[in-house]
Ligand binder design. Structure first.
Ligand SMILES: [Zn+2]
Length: 168
């Protein structure tokens, strides 16, 4: 990877700046009092990016476009008769999706890296949370109605996560 290394700048409650190589890009953590365009931030990145960029593992190939993801999500909503209050897409490091108590579903743009059957499982999982905001037996019963082999999907996801993020 070179100058095109995707950079993600994250403002945090922290004292100093930190950078790390992550799947497909570099993350830069800066104290909340700084802005991404501040001279000290720009200089910090300039100084540290070259040596870090060599260690960035390439992002997995995209398997589904955003339009395809949207279409599959709409299809799963219809199948489950689910009506999320709001749907938002975000680039997230270690979460495929989430569902808030207010019915907002947040989905990871990195779902584009997954095969369609695993994407459908994630959609089904988050939409099932609109009915059961927990991982109870009732929750899994809803998931199983639509994805009977959901346990295989979870196992496949864990294997990919481990390969991509070293997550056990
Ligand atoms: Zn869940």
């Amino acid at each position: 990877m070179s100058e095109e290394t995707p950079l993600k700048i994250i403002r945090q409650n922290r004292r100093s700046m930190m950078m790390r190589a992550t799947l497909g890009g570099v993350e830069v953590y800066i104290p909340a009092r700084y802005q991404a365009g501040d001279k000290c931030v720009v200089n910090f990145i300039k100084k540290n990016l070259p040596k870090l960029a060599e260690h960035v593992p390439p992002a997995p190939p995209v398997q589904l476009s955003q339009a395809q993801l949207n279409a599959r999500f709409a299809a799963m909503c219809a199948r489950m008769n689910a009506k999320p209050a709001r749907v938002q897409w975000r680039d997230m490091r270690r979460k495929w999706g989430s569902c808030s108590a207010f019915g907002t579903i947040t989905l990871n743009t990195r779902l584009a890296w997954l095969p369609a059957d695993l994407v459908d499982y994630i959609f089904c999982h988050e939409l099932a949370h609109l009915q059961e905001l927990n991982h109870s037996k009732d929750f899994w019963a809803i998931v199983a109605q639509h994805i009977p082999d959901y346990k295989d999907k979870i196992a496949a996801l864990r294997a990919l996560e481990k390969a991509w993020w070293g997550k056990a």
